[in-house]
Design a protein. Sequence first.
Length: 261
Amino acid sequence: MAYENIVTERDGDILIARFRRPEKLNAISHQMRVDLLDCVRGAEADDNVRAIVITGDGEKAFSAGADIPELAKRTLETEMGPQSDLRKELPTVIERLGKPTVAAINGYCFGAGMEVALGCTVRIASDNAKLAQPEITLGQIPGSGGTQRLARFVGMGWAMQMILTGEPVDAETARAIGLVTEVHARDKLLDRAKELARTLGSRAPLAFVAGRDAVLRSTETDLFNGIDYEKKLYAICMASEDGQEGLKAYAEKREPVYKGR
């Protein structure tokens, strides 16, 4: 579909979704959220799409954050009501999709842009990337899950520093603290993101969801209950057609053909 500020393209079984608002450094408006939500849900329902790459158009920015004029219109009433639900929903939908997502972070990744990236399965960055939750510099805090997700990747210390100072970290620091897993030259970033997305998308769909959910649950429960949850998911995977296909393909020295069941 054609969107106002989201540009999509296909590379085989990979869908690439780009934020495109060059005059605003790809700042995220309400309509962009509506469009990205529609885009990723459509990709999830499309059997020809195995994985999604989310990035920003150009080299300057993944997304510089929220649309500031829209921020000025928010009130206690709007933020406590249904009008704010989409902002918290979008990263969670991306996080829980049945297909993997890779954030290819090129340039600035601030505020709402970073909250979208935090919802992705994996984040990689270009060598010119800068990542921040700068809301406190405007007298605010992150409002789309940033305070909750950031610490799960970087730990309490770095989350406190980033959220309470608002200062950005560069790409190498982001890799060192676990915010991104890889750093690449700008001209290599998208190729690597597609390669990584293709690898993730080649895995058995049930096992992908089970493994992801088990990891996510590890941040929400104690070790004993987490292991018990893992045991149940492991049993489901072992009993699945895909689980049997994976073992059979290994024994026959061929690539597995997964069917998602």
